[in-house]
Design a binder for this molecule. Sequence first.
Ligand code: ATP
Ligand code: MG
Length: 247
Amino acid sequence: MKNEILKVEDLIVAGSVPILKGVNLTVFEGEIHAVLGSNGTGKSTLGYAIMGSSRYRVLKGRILFKGRDITHLSMTERARLGITMAFQHPANFEGIKVVDYLRISKKYSRDNLNPDEALRMVGLEPKKFLNRELDTGLSGGERKRIELAAVFLMRPEIAILDEPDSGIDLMSISDIANVMRTLNKMGTTIVLITHREELALIAERASHLCAGMILKTGSAREIVDIYLKNCKICDHINQPEVNHASL
Ligand SMILES: Nc1ncnc2c1ncn2[C@@H]1O[C@H](COP(=O)(O)OP(=O)(O)OP(=O)(O)O)[C@@H](O)[C@H]1O
Ligand SMILES: [Mg+2]
């Protein structure tokens, strides 16, 4: 039997209004697990909640990491346990050089990869980027790649990758798939947040998030088929009367 590395139980999470309405999710150790859903369904909120961001309040439910209840741990404590997230919109930090940012990530690292190698793994030439500042001078795609390089350096137990392809125009789906498979082979379990079915197919299993709830978990193929059949025609925001749980 496979070990559960992450378990989310009946999670209700709010920002200024409730967003997640009772999410259940189980991720097995060593897998790539896609969380697939359309815009605004709560994917990033789920990622932030697992990571422990103070942006959102957990009103009910639990998050377990390797059987331990981490619902009330801080983001830093969760990072120390080996949980990390590459954000959909990574923050910029004026005055911090790329090399220093990557060195901070390396502090949490479980192996000997260096910043040069990590940048090369995401298709960036170290000489060109190490001494750049992590400010608005970097393009969105470059910033996303640097975030992925930081994940490589940390080699966490579990990485939540929130729309890892967004803004990365020159990287094909197969390049992104290779980056994820390499990270996965190095021992990191991946939660891949996406609204793109072709990206979700990289995963072994997937969960379908709709209107703040996971409606179904199954093989990536099975979940992608449900998503294509129901979600491309359903604008859940404008159709609150749709009974999503019956999809
Ligand atoms: N702090 C907040 N307070 C109130 N509502 C919020 C807050 N943060 C997000 N929301 C709303 O919650 C919903 C889910 O947002 P979220 O960012 O999790 O969606 P998403 O599935 O990641 O979407 P996308 O595919 O566009 O990235 C959206 O309608 C968003 O406007
Ligand atoms: Mg999002």
